[in-house]
Design a protein around this ligand. Structure first.
Ligand SMILES: [Zn+2]
Length: 273
């Protein structure tokens, strides 16, 4: 695959999100308990997608002054390097799994993608290989995937592998037809869902506006997951986040996704004070 084609898929990932400024909420935490009483603070999990291809903004994001979650595409030139660095810096690493969208060309997906025409066996093999390709991964989310995350057969196979590895799934919510709340509840896989896309438009004013939506959301909710990207908007997103984080720290605790999830067994044994 050429650099040009790789550049295409990262652009599309963000463009696909353009109609989802604030995503519908609900059913997203079926098996995941959210910590809500950490010193009365609200919790924000920043997730940055599309690492693994030395994309624009990668160093700036890695240096953000809080721990966050680094979603790394498998089988790309800096997949291993980005995952290793993120882990070393104390960030969470998850597999950013390429999945077929309703609209879009196959080459936008990147290597190793899951499509709805594949057999169960092929899907299982690809998910296993992707997990092996991303060191330190503790979870998975979808790159694109508006078609795949609405497909029960395909997602059942994906989630069975995720479960076998003791991982959680973050639904990027690229479709309102997602089957993830239903299937993760059935299979017992911890699920988190994206609530705010930060950078579907590549301007500082738009990203700042999305931070405002996030802060507004936290007035009525204990926690929020927000997704940004390296690639075309990467430097802008990193710079707006860096400027916004200090002002949010008095009321907000920044966590990684694994910190946001409390396993139900642990919750039963250790009650919150
Ligand atoms: Zn992506």
């Amino acid at each position: 695959m050429t650099q040009m084609k790789r550049a295409k898929w990262t652009g599309v990932c963000a463009i696909m999100a353009a109609s989802m400024l604030l995503l519908p909420i609900g059913g997203g935490t079926a098996k995941a308990s959210i910590q809500s009483d950490l010193k009365g603070n609200r919790q924000v999990a920043i997730v940055i997608d599309d690492f693994g291809n030395n994309m624009t903004g990668t160093p700036e994001m890695m240096e953000l002054p809080v721990h966050f979650t680094v979603a790394v595409m498998p089988f790309l030139p800096t997949t291993k390097q980005d995952a290793e660095l993120a882990h070393k810096l104390g960030h969470d690493v998850i597999v950013h799994m390429p999945m077929e969208p309703v609209r879009g060309k196959p080459e936008w997906l990147g290597p190793g993608a899951i499509t709805t025409v594949m057999s169960d066996e092929e899907i299982r093999k690809r998910v296993e290989e992707a997990i092996s390709a991303v060191p330190h991964a503790v979870g998975m989310n979808n790159h694109m995937g508006s078609k795949v995350t609405a497909d029960e057969r395909v997602m059942r196979v994906v989630l069975s592998v995720v479960k076998a590895h003791g991982m959680f799934f973050l639904d990027s919510r690229t479709t309102y037809k997602t089957v993830l709340p239903k299937l993760t509840a059935e299979l017992g896989v911890p699920l988190l869902s994206n609530q705010v896309f930060l950078d579907d438009v590549y301007t500082a004013s738009h990203i700042s506006k999305q931070i405002g939506i996030l802060r507004k959301y936290l007035e009525d909710h204990d926690s929020c997951v927000t997704i940004g990207h390296v690639g075309p908007p990467g430097k802008l997103t990193a710079s707006v986040l860096k400027a916004s984080i200090p002002g949010m720290k008095s009321s907000t605790t920044f966590v990684t996704l694994s910190q946001m999830i409390v396993p139900s067994a642990e919750k039963d044994i250790i009650p919150h004070p």
